[in-house]
Structure formats: C-alpha cells, structure tokens
Design a binder for this molecule. Structure first.
Ligand SMILES: Cc1cc2nc3c(=O)[nH]c(=O)nc-3n(C[C@H](O)[C@H](O)[C@H](O)COP(=O)(O)OP(=O)(O)OC[C@H]3O[C@@H](n4cnc5c(N)ncnc54)[C@H](O)[C@@H]3O)c2cc1C
Length: 570
C-alpha cells in the first residue's frame, strides 16, 4: 500500500485521538492527518466509559475555581495548577461542542442538561448520557470525523515504533497493517500519541485487553520520560472475578456501600462524603474493612455490597440501566431486588508521557493527549469524570499545537523512513520468529501481573516494591526468549500479543521504580512504611527515563498558581 506523507500522524482512534484529528483539520482544512489505530476506532476503551464527563455548566451554584480546587485537592496537590485552570475553562466549551456534534446528554424536565454527583466533586457537575456516556461521546466524535476526507484512517494498524529523524525529531511511526501483516512507515511532520492507558500491567482491572500502554512504551523507548507513573487508580466498585466496572454514577445516584455487618462503613472513614469520597480513600477503606474481617468472602475473593435497592426500579432504569444489564448478565443479580458484590479494581493511570500544557513532549514534533499523557491535571489521584473532559480539552489542544508545528517544518524523506521500517521489521523477526527460546507470552504476562499486584497494589512498602523491581529484569530476560509460533501474516494476534507484552514490561518498570523511590503517601500511592504526605521532599513530579538497566528517576517541581497545599480531608 502506498502511504502518503502526512502533516500530522495520530496514533490512537479513541476519544483523544479523534478529538485531535478534528481540531487539526478544522484549524487548517488543507492539512493531511493520518490516524492509526490498532482496533476499529469505535472499539477504543473510551466506548466503555459509563458515568459521565465533568464541567461547570450551572453558573448559579458552580464556578471554575470550585472545579479547579476540587481537582487539585483530589490530586493531593500534585496537579499542575496552570494545567487545571486551562482544563476547567475549556471543558465546558468542549462538552457543549460535543452536544452540537450529536452527543445526547441526559436532560432535566425543564430541558436543561442534567448533572450528577461524582466522588470528590463538591457540587453536581458531571454531565452524562444515561450510563453510556463514553459510547455516545465516542460516537459523536467518530461520526464528526467522517465528515473530513482529510482524515485518512489506518484502522487495525499496530504502531510498533516512533520514528525519529537525524535531529531527534518525531517524523512518523512504523506500523504493522494487521490485516496483511505488512510493516510500513507512516511519515508525518508531527506525531500525536493518544493510545490510552496501561491498566493491563495488573491482573484485576476494568481496562479492556487492548490497554497495554503501547504509546507510553513507544515514547519511553525514544527517550521521552514517563511522568508520575507510581500513581495508579483503584476504582472501589468492580465485579469480583471479571473486574467489570460498576460505575461511580451508581453511588452518585445514591447507592450505598455495605459491609457484612450491614453497616454503611464509610461513616468511619469519610463521614462527610460517605460513598461520594474520592476513589483512593474509598478503595483504602475496603482494605481496612477486609483486615477487620467485615467483608464477605466468595469464590473470587472478598467483597462488600453495593446496595441500590432503595433507588427503586424506575430510577435505576432511567439513570443507570447499564448497571442493571451488566449485573444481570455477568453475576445473575438484579440490583432492583438484591445487592451487588463489589471490590476495588485497577482502573486508571494518572501518569503517562510527559507533556506541557500545549501537549508537547520533550521530543520535538511529538505530542500526547488523553490517558496516555500526563499533563498533569490528575496528580496523585484523578477525580471520576475528569478523564473524558481531559481527553477532549487536551486532544483538541494537541491537534492545534501539532498543526502549528507542522506548518513550520519540512516533510521527512519517505526513503529514509522506509529504511527505518525495514529495520524495525528485522528487529521483530529476529526477536520473535528466529528465536530459539520456548518462553510463553501468557506465562510471562501473568507473572508480571502477579508481581505488580504484590509489590505495587493499593498498599505498598519498601520490601515488596524492591522485590517487584528485582523480578522485572528477570521477566525481561524471559521475554527475550519468547517465540511466536504463528507465522501467518493475516491477523497474527500472537505477534501483537508479544509486542503488547513488551509495552507492559516497560510501563511496569516505570511504575515500580517510581513507587519505590517515592517515600511518602500521597493520593493513590499509599506506603505502609511512609504513611504521611511529605511536601518538603516530594511535592514534585517523578520522571522515569529509560536506560539499559533500571529506569533513571528524576524530579520536577509542581506548578502552584493559587492554591497552597493543605491537609486533604473529606
Ligand atoms: C470501564 C471504564 C469506564 C470509565 N468511565 C469513565 C467515566 O465515566 N468518566 C471518565 O471521565 N472516565 C472514565 N473512564 C476513563 C476514560 O474512559 C479513559 O481514560 C479514556 O476514555 C481514555 O481515552 P483515550 O482516548 O486516551 O484512549 P482510548 O479510548 O483507550 O483509545 C486508545 C486508542 O489507541 C489505540 N492504540 C493503542 N495502542 C496502539 C498501537 N500500538 N498502535 C495503534 N493504535 C494503538 C487504540 O486502538 C485506541 O483507538 C473509564 C474507563 C473505563 C475502563
């Protein structure tokens, strides 16, 4: 296939990637934009978002400052406040724009867009489309993107490597066309990475199987640091066994969390906020209940009850119909009549590719947005419903800033890119097809997930983190002995699984090492051996750089504009 030379190449067709593509072509209708996605765009993880997207749309009882402060306090004061101030202002315009593109926001009887309560938000400011918000948002973005023939899609192309020119600037991506097996270079003046998170480094997660941190790994291998990787969010309510999410909207609409004594136990931990506390604290409360034996026990481990019965059938069907559908289908429980078993589950990565507020990374011509990026508005703990708004705000910014950059530079030479793609294919052939080893992908992946959970789970400490850090190089050694048996070129999913495992190993080492060196507790990062937040030494972002050995960790100051750190209580 003849691949044109694009102005901008976007890797990732989820919410952030599609928003970036639309912003770029709207800015300059002559731009050529390539959009590479390893799955058909509508299958991106954004589609599964349920609860909603936050923005200030009710001026009478809300304000930008209030949304900013809630976000910064939720982040345990690690968010960059300049980024948060931009975010809260632009989020509103983005969500209204999305309605104009066809997103059917739920409405009140008086015709205004509805807002619901969400954890850590001091007022109701989460817009929603029942509990299928991500589906409707992604659909509105996808169908809008179809209007522009300047957006050239490469569906089911798997990006394996970021290509850099002689000056070290991004100039395209090497990608495998999964339908034919051909490796090709997709050249561009600027590259935007929008590949989502990497929750699959853990065994029990709400994240789709495709969330393997590929873009983070691509940037990391090209020399870009990954920022704040120690901060991994647990969501308090996943179904035991599968990890399927029971959206926070179920608590926003009034659901209770109940222990085996029949008590709403959060009264002991978050008396003012109760079920609407932030995710890190509600998840830790579960662990305390577990330690005191006040949880239920089942075939998939311990759990508590999410009780929705008092909401009544009508409200459940109107506001959270998907919760009912999921529980009926996956655990045979109808929440109208029975409580639902839930436990904390890995959900989101606050960290990611280091960017500034223009979404630019330290590599010239490389931009990043969405869950794969760390700009950072989420700091040590993201508030629910900020992520969908973030991918719109910073996706749009990425499209515009990358377009500005592309206007100033020349196109890369296609010949030299073809050579780089040929080298990349040789690397892959050598690594997986001409390999004498007998290691299995699934074995290494499950050992990786096990050690991450043991060392870097909800609670962490020196000894367990050090053990995980010591285990990871051994897994990498084993990875070097993986052989891919399937030699077919069409839809070789064994090969893509092997490549994804490489990404998971990269992402995991940055999480474990950043966590080992952060000797304090902040937000989602809870150290048993350093239980207090330590602003004197750790009011800073971590930056993990790839080396031949373990990652090198450096630190960067947090940007504070108007809100001085204070104790975080709810
Ligand atoms: C179950 C669930 C519910 C959620 N609910 C909410 C909610 O209610 N509110 C909220 O704010 N947040 C929610 N979140 C979080 C939020 O949905 C995500 O953070 C966000 O959608 C990520 O969007 P994204 O565009 O960054 O990435 P994604 O939507 O994950 O898209 C990533 C894209 O990158 C592509 N890609 C990845 N690797 C490669 C590669 N190697 N080559 C080519 N393409 C690649 C994929 O094909 C895909 O198109 C939820 C998350 C989950 C898992």
């Amino acid at each position: 296939m003849n691949v044109p030379n694009h102005d901008i190449l976007i890797v990732g067709g989820g919410g952030a990637g599609l928003r970036a593509a639309i912003a770029a072509v709207e800015l300059d209708p002559n731009l050529s934009v390539g959009l590479v996605s390893k799955v058909y765009p509508m299958r991106s993880h954004t589609v599964s978002a349920e609860g909603g997207s936050a923005a200030v749309i009710r001026d009478e009882d809300d304000s930008f400052d209030s949304h900013a402060f809630d976000t910064i306090k939720g982040s345990d004061f690690l968010a960059d406040q300049d980024a948060v101030e931009i975010f809260v202002k632009e989020a509103r315009d983005e969500l209204i724009q999305l309605e104009h593109w066809g997103c059917p926001w739920s409405r009140d009887d008086d015709g205004r867009i509805s807002v619901r309560a969400f954890g850590g938000m001091s007022v109701k400011r989460t817009l929603y489309a029942a509990d299928k918000t991500g589906f409707h948002m992604l659909h509105a973005l996808f169908q809008t993107s179809l209007k522009y023939d300047r957006i050239h899609r490469y569906d089911e192309w798997f990006g394996t490597r970021l290509l850099l020119d002689d000056n070290g600037a991004a100039c395209g991506v090497a990608a495998i066309n999964v339908r034919s097996g051909a490796m090709q270079a997709v050249p561009a003046k600027a590259v935007i990475i929008c590949t989502g998170g990497g929750g699959r480094i853990f065994p029990f997660t709400t994240n789709a199987a495709i969330k393997t941190g590929d873009g983070m790994s691509m940037a990391y291998r090209a020399g870009c640091p990954l920022k704040d990787m120690e901060f991994v969010q647990y969501h308090p309510t996943g179904l035991p066994g599968t990890g399927i999410l029971m959206t926070e909207a179920s608590r926003g609409e009034g659901g209770y969390l109940i222990n085996n004594k029949g008590d709403r136990y959060l009264s002991e931990y978050l008396p003012d906020k109760m079920e609407l506390g932030p995710r890190d604290m509600v998840s830790r409360a579960f662990v305390h209940e577990e330690r005191t034996g006040r949880v239920f026990s089942g075939p998939y481990g311990t759990y508590v009850h999410l009780d929705l019965r008092h909401l009544g059938e009508q409200k459940i069907d109107e506001r959270i119909p998907f919760v009912r559908e999921l529980t009926k289908n996956y655990v045979g429980i109808d929440p109208v009549y029975e409580p639902v078993p839930v436990r904390p589950v890995v959900h989101y990565m606050m960290g990611g590719i280091d960017t500034d507020i223009t979404t630019a990374t330290p590599i010239p011509g490389l931009y990043a947005a969405g869950e794969t990026a760390c700009v950072t508005i989420n700091g040590a703990n993201r508030l629910g419903s900020n992520s969908l708004s973030e991918l719109l705000v910073f996706g749009a910014r990425a499209g515009r800033y990358a377009a500005d950059y592309a206007a100033e530079v020349n196109s890369p030479s296609s010949d030299s890119l073809e050579k780089m793609a040929a080298d990349e294919w040789q690397r892959i052939e050598q690594a997986f097809f001409k390999n004498e080893g007998r290691e299995r992908i699934a074995d290494i992946r499950s050992d990786l997930q096990k050690t991450m959970e043991q060392g870097a789970g909800i609670y962490r400490e020196q000894e367990s983190l050090a053990a995980t850090c010591a285990e990871l190089p051994k897994l990498k050694e084993r990875y070097a002995r993986v052989e891919v048996d399937d030699s077919s070129s069409v839809f070789n999913t064994e090969l893509t699984a092997a490549l994804e495992l490489g990404s998971l190993l990269d992402v995991a080492e940055t999480v474990a090492h950043s966590a080992l060196l952060r000797r304090e507790s902040r937000g989602s990062h809870s150290r048993m051996d350093y239980q207090e937040r330590d602003d004197e030494n750790f009011l800073c972002h971590s930056l993990a750089y790839r080396t031949d050995g373990e990652p090198r960790i450096e630190y960067q100051d947090v940007v504070i504009t108007r809100w001085q750190p204070q104790e975080r209580t709810y």
